[in-house]
Write a protein that binds this ligand. Structure first.
Ligand code: RUQ
Ligand code: CUA
Length: 650
């Protein structure tokens, strides 16, 4: 695999000097000369812009150094984007259907995922989600390229994607919560993936008057256990901690010295419900000067459940609030009102909380938190009995970064970068001493931001992407709904340099993570023959060349079909109206990229089969008729000939 290296850029600069351009001098404002210089000036590019083009350009066939996994917001997907080229490489459907890959519109595999991911007692069949925070799996605090998880903000679920084939394998509906924002994050060795609730819920799942909010509504913090081989989430080995009915917001895992601990922000510790007279929910929820940073000892919580000190609640081991307090699993530290992001620095010692309504970021010291807990240096408790640490005892200090700080990311040189939503800027500041360094304007209203390998114990820095909510005038008007705007920023220049805008016209990404592309070592290009991608094992329904078959078993019709350039075998399937049809289709190709589709008109079925893949399409043949099925992927010169008949006799 070719990657963009510093050398490649140097080579490009050399080409520049061959043409007598002296590209490096453009930035100094010297007049550009030669062919490249003319090209730049014809296009109206400044020296810095021409430099940015060279830094992000991929020569045909070159690959990006990093891959960015961006959540798709309420499009329910994950997008894979190359960095620094900022080209969209793939969209992985997670919570929402996708007819290109046949996800949720034909393949038994994806329909199984949707069914399993929608607890029928609690939900309708959910065919969309609001993907917010993707989390790459980690080993010793480093992204390991095995799996990626993402939360569904709307329904409190987690989607799991295996990075061997970039396909969704599971959606887990987490009990006792609906909306979620706190997570997902992976613990440093991916023992658990964490998700916490956003708006509290009545824990019995029943209709409950808002007047009983304090008594009956509760938040939860859930540590969902991960099977290390498959990456799947195992509810039976997971546990949940009951929290007071505050809105628990973003969350992050401790690392290095703080490994074993987790941190969740909160707001609405006023417990406003909107029922109060003369004040809105919003107005009432910003009256307290301080909300609470939740400090959770998850390692100890895991021991408490192992020792049997829990209740079962809707299929999950549940630690009631009193137990959490007694066992020392939960503490609060005051945080300036209505914060948003909490981010643990790569050193594990500093915990950065962003103000949202306050121009400061507040930096907590893990060491001070531990000292305060050990010496029981408390300032009383909250109404539910959770001990509150003293603000002054646990903070390292504050940095005034600017208007509307939301989220922070880090580099390899001890700097933090905080998004400023209100000010439309990114602030760079140093962790030691706590000092603002510089700011760069962005376009416009940044939510999250991300640096390369930014959530690990050793970020690369290098690139920062600002995830801007508004694009205003940055892109052509393409209707009343404008694209969002990702902006790539170079962190290796003396001052942060804006390199590129990327229009995001396919969802509302919230968060992303950027991983070094060469860490994705588990990738496979061709499945072993007859693989069911859901289990990654040989499918009992797979067929081989020469063994295709149609088997009738009462009203059940099993079709064992193969797909190969450029035919289906068999290519005539006879069924009777009322049959329950199983089309077990195996792509028997062995070359990478030799994908086939299989679409049946009238029955709303479309699947995609990568080489080696077996997928079952299952349906009731309720309508009689002659249905012309065909391959949907332009696979070969005789792609159009890749067709056949489903004949359903009355
Ligand atoms: S956030 S609104 Cu991650 Cu700032 Cu979801
Ligand atoms: Cu197979 Cu087109």
């Amino acid at each position: 695999m070719k990657r963009i290296k510093a050398g490649a850029i140097t080579a490009a600069l050399l080409v520049g000097s061959v043409f007598g351009v002296g590209v490096a001098r453009w930035g100094l404002g010297a007049a550009a000369s030669g062919e490249l210089g003319k090209l730049a000036s014809d296009r109206g590019l400044s020296g810095e812009e021409a430099e940015a083009a060279l830094k992000t350009f991929l020569a045909p066939g070159q690959h990006d150094e990093y891959l960015m996994f961006a959540s798709g917001g309420h499009s329910g997907q994950i997008h894979v984007i190359g960095v620094p080229s900022m080209q969209l490489l793939k969209t992985i459907p997670v919570f929402s259907t996708d007819s290109w890959s046949g996800y949720g519109v034909g393949a038994d595999m994806s329909e199984t995922i949707f069914r399993e991911g929608s607890d029928p007692e609690k939900n309708d069949l959910l065919t969309w989600g609001d993907a917010h925070h993707p989390a790459l799996s980690e080993t010793e605090g480093e992204y390991d390229g095995r799996f990626i998880y993402v939360n569904d903000r709307a329904n409190g679920r987690i989607g799991m994607v295996n990075l061997a084939d970039f396909k969704t394998k599971q959606i887990l509906d987490v009990p006792n919560m609906t909306t979620s924002h706190g997570g997902v994050f992976a613990t440093p060795n991916t023992e658990y993936v964490h998700i916490s609730s956003m708006q509290p819920q009545p824990q019995d799942g029943e209709f409950t008057e808002l007047s009983e909010y304090e008594d009956k509504y509760r938040g939860v913090s859930t540590f969902v256990s991960v099977d290390q081989k498959s990456g799947k989430l195992d509810l039976a080995k997971s546990f949940q901690i009951e929290l007071p009915p505050y809105d628990q917001d973003l969350a992050d895992a401790g690392k290095l010295g703080s490994e074993g601990w987790a941190f969740i922000n909160s707001y609405n510790t006023e417990m406003a419900t909107g029922e109060a007279e003369n004040v809105t929910l919003e107005g009432e929820s910003i009256t307290n000067d301080f909300d609470f940073l939740h400090i959770i000892n998850w390692e100890k919580a895991a021991e408490v459940v192992e020792a049997g000190n829990y209740e079962m609640l809707n299929g999950v081991r549940y630690i009631p609030l009193e137990t959490a307090i007694e066992e020392g699993l939960l503490y609060f530290a005051p945080e300036p009102r209505n914060p948003h992001g909490v981010d643990v620095a790569p050193n594990g010692e500093q915990i950065v909380v962003s103000g949202k309504l306050d121009p400061n970021v507040t930096v907590y010291s893990f060491e001070k938190i531990m000292k305060a807990i050990d010496s029981e240096d408390f300032d009383g408790t909250d109404p539910f009995g959770v001990p509150i640490l003293k603000f002054d005892s646990v903070i390292q200090g504050q940095v005034e970064v600017g208007g509307g700080p939301l989220h922070s990311q880090f580099d390899d040189e001890g700097f933090a970068y905080t998004s400023l939503f209100v000010e439309s800027a990114v602030a760079k500041w140093s962790l030691n001493p706590l000092e603002l360094v510089e700011k760069i304007p962005i376009h416009y209203n940044v939510g999250h931001l991300v640096t390369a390998e930014g959530d690990t114990v050793s970020p690369d820095g290098k690139y920062l992407v600002s995830l801007n909510k508004w694009s205003v005038d940055r892109h052509p008007v393409v209707g009343t709904l404008k694209p969002q705007n990702f902006q790539l920023i170079d962190l290796d220049t003396p001052n942060m340099q804006l390199l590129k805008d990327m229009a995001i016209g396919f969802g509302e990404p919230h968060y992303t993570q950027i991983i070094k592309a060469d860490k994705l070592t588990s990738r496979i290009e061709v499945y072993e023959p007859g693989t069911d991608p859901l289990t990654m094992e040989h499918s009992e329904w797979a067929t081989e060349a020469g063994k295709e078959n149609i088997v009738r078993d009462g009203d059940n019709l099993h079709v064992y079909m193969s797909a190969m350039r450029s035919h289906f075998t068999p290519d005539i399937v006879r069924a009777k109206a009322g049959d329950h049809v199983y089309m077990h289709v195996t792509n028997i190709e062995t070359s990478p990229d030799a994908t086939h589709g299989f679409a049946i008109p009238g029955y709303n079925k479309q699947i995609s089969l990568d080489p080696g893949e077996t997928v079952t399409v299952e349906f009731d043949a309720t309508r009689s008729g002659s249905f012309a099925f065909y391959c949907t992927e332009f696979c070969s010169a005789l792609h159009l000939e890749m067709q056949g008949w489903l004949l359903v006799e009355p």
